[in-house]
Structures are given as structure tokens and as C-alpha cells.
Write a protein that binds this ligand. Sequence first.
Ligand SMILES: [Zn+2]
Length: 550
Amino acid sequence: MHFDILIAGGTVIDGTGKKGVRADVGIKGRTVAAIGDLSGSSPSSRSSGSSGGATTADVEQATADRVIDARGLIVSPGFIDVHAHSDGALLIDGQHANGIRQGITTEIIAPDGITYPPLPPAKYKAHRQYLSGILGLPPEDLDMSSMEAARKNYHHKTSCNVAAFLGHGPVRMNIMGMADKPMRGKDMDRAKALVRENMAQGVAGFATGLSYYPQSYSDSLELVELCKVVKEFDLPLSIHTRDHNTERAFLGGGINEALELGRKSGVKVHIEHYRTSAATAGQVEKILEPIEKAKRDGVDVTLETYPYPVGSSFPPAFYPGSWQEGGASEILKRLADPRLKKQYITDLEKRPMRGTMAGNLWTWIGSEKNKHLEGMAWDEVAKERGVSVTEMVWDVMLEEGLTCGFRGVPPASTRLWRQVEADVMTLLARPDYMIGSDAIPIGGLPHPRAYGCFPRVVGRLRRRLGYPLEQVVQRVTQNPAERFGLKRRGVLKKGNFADIVVFDAEKITDRSSFEDPKVHPEGIPFVIVNGKVAVDHERVTGVLAGEAVP
Ligand SMILES: [Zn+2]
């Protein structure tokens, strides 16, 4: 038998959680053609006691255009990232080394409903600028008018496969712009039709983020109506729980609203980045109480997390709905108005929307003039400018036309930080958990999760805390593929797409840190996407074989 690629002599961990077995993997075209002892050289010695569970294929003289020597290495399905803010980054640089070097062969973009389609050209331009602090600035002239159009922007133009959620943000933008009211009546009818039409074009689910606008303008009733349409497609609602406009929510927002949406609409619920924090470190069971209760009520719940103690976002997340109305152009007018500046700053300092602004750091700044702010703590910049932190952030947003982003600063106590990491691995031992990196791969000093999330979990933390490799792999391969309808992916078997990562179980680890984030991991020599080598001996190949999926 002749293969395009033969991965020889590795230990195959197939993604189902089954124990790894010694086997070769033969690839033809885009798919896995055979798994088993394909060496042909000494079949008797290679099959004894080691190939149980693997499909035995032709054992005679397998040949291949390319043989990858995987002796001593693990061969597993490529990792699937269920939460990646790469919508823009992938359009700016399809090579996407930060993701593919981690072994991520499929990224699910548009989490939190932060994304572009379905938006007509003028609205795409406006929303592109509004979201630039998280998504960067992809080309302005792309067709984002539907999910189908957006898929074409990625298909065969990126190193990894790209699946996308239909975003609640653009659905609302499309129907009513950045307007501060829940959708009802005719608007709701049009929104439901838009959701139905776009869900049918190939998506991973429907996503909303209720600390982001325009999503937070919604109320729970609006979400229930939209989720009833999502349910028709048997795909999940991926939700960042509400901390804005909580008076519009069932049960005060937060996790309780998210689960109630599942109860009321019947939709499957996927909770984004749900873990303990510095304040709740060690209290895993406590944070899971509402989840367990909802499951007893019949709600189908899955969850995701990432293994770092702090997050990353863009400054508009701090501001109330009134500030966001009208979108980028209106916000820029507000930012330039001294009277409004005084009013909003006074308000924010009295009643912060999402905790205080202190203790953050700029990760990316659009202009050359202010580039030196990347990596600077907000307190430091404010002091240098002789203003309060709140005022400094306001000024920088105006100077940058909103093109700026930040991250939190990890707790000073390493012990606390390690507890949060241990909690993440405790959560990941549950069969309903997966990993969403929440990567924001833009700027000079991004949050390290954009470069290191997966090897940190699969390597560093798994080894430190002693979890079985097969279990960890299942959580980042089969689990997400099944949940988000990624057909023929996530499990390594004959006939499935050849999305494969080859790594060293002892060496795989992240090297991206908070002070030096743009460093690729080690211990992941080969990554294959749709049967093409995307990473070869720890180097990106320039091959863009990623597809728009599912
Ligand atoms: Zn996110």
C-alpha cells in the first residue's frame, strides 16, 4: 500500500480516551487511510501485544512519499480550541504560527459573539473598528455579509481549520445597530429568520457574551427566542455569562441566567471560561453547584476553561450601554467630548462596571506613537501622564481610535496562582469539560494563552499534577468535535480527516510567559492538517490547508 504520508512507529492515542497503542498511521489525500502495523519490514515483531485496539491494515511493504519517524512520540488527533479570538488574526496572517505550533488543527472563532458576520459592508467596517481592541484590524474590504461569505475568507487561506459560531453581536448589529433595547416584535422576527438562515450555512453553534455590546443590550427573553431557533440545529449556545445589564436577566444574570436559558429554550448550553479565580481558588465544588443542579433538571451543559489566573480584554468592556450606543463613530465622538468624559469617569470611579481598572497592563496599541505603552502597567502609564487610571484609559482609547487591548496581572502569590491551575486540571478531569484558550493573538505583548495554552495543559500541568495523557487528549479532541458538530474530526481513525499532532509526552510544554509571551512551545515536532504538513520539525511550513468547517 502506498501513502502520501506514513507516520511510523509512534504511540497512537486516538482521542476517545482509550489507552495509547503502538501503531503506524497512513495518510492518503485529506484522510487517514490506515492505522496499524504498516511497516511491512518485520510485522511479527511489531504487532506482538502492541496493536490491540488499532485497525490492522495491509502489512505488506507500505511505502510513502514522506515517512515521519514518530518513534518515542505520541500521535494524536489535532487539538481543537473551542474559544479563539482569531477572527481577525487569521485574516491578517493565515500562517497563524501561534496556534498551529501548539498542535491546534481546528479553531472555533467568534466566541462571546464577538465577530463580524453576518454584516453588510458599512456595518462590517464600523464593527471592525469597534472590536479592534480584541480582533485587530483585518482587511476592510472583505465580504462578511453571511456565514457562507465569511467561510470563504478562511477556506484554504489558513494553516488550521476554522469553525465559527454565529455571533449574537453581529445578528443584533445587522437588525438594529448598536441600540440600547431588547429585541421584540418585527425586529425579533427578522433576527430569527437571520439566525435560521445563517445557522444553516455551517456553524459550530451560536455565541453570546453578556459583558460585551451589543449583546448585553439583550434581555433573557430575547435570548430564549433566539435559542429556540438554535435548538432546531441541535447545536449549543456558547455563552460568556452576563455582568452588564443584569436587571434585564433572569435570576440576576451570571451563571444562573445562562442555565435558565437552557431550561426555558431547551438549547444545549456551553459555558465559556468557567473556573475558579484568585478569589475562589480551591472551591471547585462550590462553583459547580449550579451546573450540577441544572443537569439534574435536564439541561445539557458543557464547559471550557484555560489554565491561567487572569484574563484579557478591551477597554470598552468597562463601560455601560449608554457609552456604547451607536458603535465606533458615536463612541469616538463621546471620547472627544470633555463634558461626557468628566461624567463617565466620575461615574466609573464611583461604580465600576467590572471591578476597578487598576492592576491591568496594555497588551497592544495600534499606533506607532503610543507603541511604547505595550507592556506598561496602567498605574504606571497614569502616573507618567499625571492623571487617574480611568482618565488615562479614556485618553488612550481616543488617541488610538479604540485600537488597544489589555490583560490582567497575575496574583503576586504563586501559591494562589498554582491553586487556580490545579483547579483547572480538576475541572478538566470531568467528562463535560474542554479547553478554550481565549487567545487574543494580536499586539506586542499578548496574554501568553495565545501561544502556550494547549502545551501548558497537555504537557506542563498534566505532568505536574499527574493526570492520564489519554484523558487530557480526549478533552481537547473528541469532546469538542462531538459537542460542536465537527464531523470526522477529533478522533484518529480510518476515514477521518488527517488532522494530527505528533508530540513528545515528556517534553511538550509551553514557553510563552507573561513577560515574554510570543514564544512558541516545544515538544511538538509535527502538525498535519487535512493530510498536509503544517509544522515540520517544529517549523511552520507555509502550507495553508485549513478548511472552513464543519
Ligand atoms: Zn473570549
